[in-house]
Design a protein around this ligand. Sequence first.
Ligand SMILES: Cc1cc2nc3c(=O)[nH]c(=O)nc-3n(C[C@H](O)[C@H](O)[C@H](O)COP(=O)(O)O)c2cc1C
Length: 219
Amino acid sequence: MTEPSHDPKLKVLVFAAALRKDSLNARLAAITARVAARYGAVVDHASMHDFDTPIYDGDLEAGGIPAGADAFHQRLLDNDAFVIASPEYNGSMPGGIKNLIDWASRYRPQPFDGRHGLLLSASPSMAGGNRGLWALRIPLEHLGARIFPDMFSLAMAHKAFAGDEIGDATLRARFEKNIEAFLSLAEAAKNYPCIKRAWVEFLGEPPQPGVDRVDPAPA
Ligand SMILES: Cc1cc2nc3c(=O)[nH]c(=O)nc-3n(C[C@H](O)[C@H](O)[C@H](O)COP(=O)(O)O)c2cc1C
């Protein structure tokens, strides 16, 4: 039997887009990391602190992309897929994660293009921060990421954990099914790539050196 030319196991970056030490989203990300490992993924569990980055500034970029954004870019490249557990701030995503996406989008090849992602949220509210995830989908999908249709939002998250688990058994099963479904799709896409595509960031812009916002189509 011939050996596969690459590691067929899915590598997945998991982190929370939150900085505080008692973050509900960091708790959800930690549970996600364990569940994903149980389903056979190789998990790279990161912290938003690993990606600490100043606000995007084109002048700063001219001197080199900051270390935090560079680390994020590298971790994206090192993994096949990503999971973000993000708080909702004022009905949208936190500025920190948008800033990080903006910095990472400056690399070529553009690292989100074709990469599979899953979005989760946790909030004390009854909606669980779900509106923020719809906002977070926009820049990621704009950049060509394949964001999984099902998103999981943990409502009343300040009361929803029991130790290092989601307390309610029905909700826990729904969450784990969501993780499993995402991993299955991302693993299939890694091992049996079939989508033919070409990413263009700004529609109507001619692909030409100098104003190039187009990644070459994968071979
Ligand atoms: C600036 C700010 C805006 C917020 N806006 C919302 C909101 O729109 N919807 C919501 O459900 N929670 C909102 N919250 C409450 C957060 O969901 C809550 O603080 C949550 O615990 C933050 O995530 P973390 O625990 O992972 O840090 C907001 C919190 C802050 C600090």
